[in-house]
Design a protein around this ligand. Sequence first.
Ligand code: ADP
Length: 252
Amino acid sequence: MTGEVQARGIIKRYGNTVALNGVDVDLHAGQITLLIGPSGCGKTTLLNMIAGFEEPSAGTLTVDGEAVHGPDPRRGVIFQDPTLFPWLTVWENVMFGPEVRGENRAAAEARATELLRMVRLWDFRNHRPSQLSGGMRHRAAIIRTLANDPQLLLADEPFTGLDEHTRRRLQSDFLTIVQRTKKTVVFVTHNIEEAIFLADRMVVMSPGPGRIKQIIDVDLPHPRNILSDEFNQWRARLYNLITPDVIEETME
Ligand code: ADP
């Protein structure tokens, strides 16, 4: 299993703002790690550094022992807005990455076929993104990233802003895909329920300046029932941990 992330003494400054103030953490290969905390605690900053979009101001960040300098297809990123080429079909979108990298065509096609079947998009492979529902576009974008067979899957609030029903369905699909493809995942959210539903491990962060508050292993068996007593106990625990750190938005 690959995708082990090691952060040591990470500091990130933007001018006078200290976005992260000394982050030390190991994110384990084969696990789904959730970065959770209120807005402004540095979740996206940390994820962007793992993706290679940002460099730390101080400290070291490695993936499988290699320092991160710049983006790499071995680290696949899923954004909030599904990134698909509108002029290509679903199949062409999914095959784009492997083709650009000159991957063995038969192997890439076999993987793309399996992934599209897994998320019920096989019958829609010749559709263009504009012909898909919002949920389908999200699933296609996830598959497009996975088609590159990344060792690490990085997701930044991918389901925020969707209606509740679609969001729940996508969370469930996401879990199935990740479990079947055995990916290491780092997933950013500010949504407590989403975090409890998905996480093997949670890195709870707090703002002003951004830092790690607590690291928690989540031992609930899957599938997790969001209405169960155990789930509710987790919800209360996380709520009590995070709510005191929510900085009031002031009206100017
Ligand atoms: P989160 O994802 O937890 O909401 P962010 O990582 O987006 O937090 O931001 C952490 C802090 O760093 C915030 O105070 C934010 O305003 C600041 N910040 C993030 N990116 C930039 C940037 N490119 N320029 C200036 N400040 C930034």
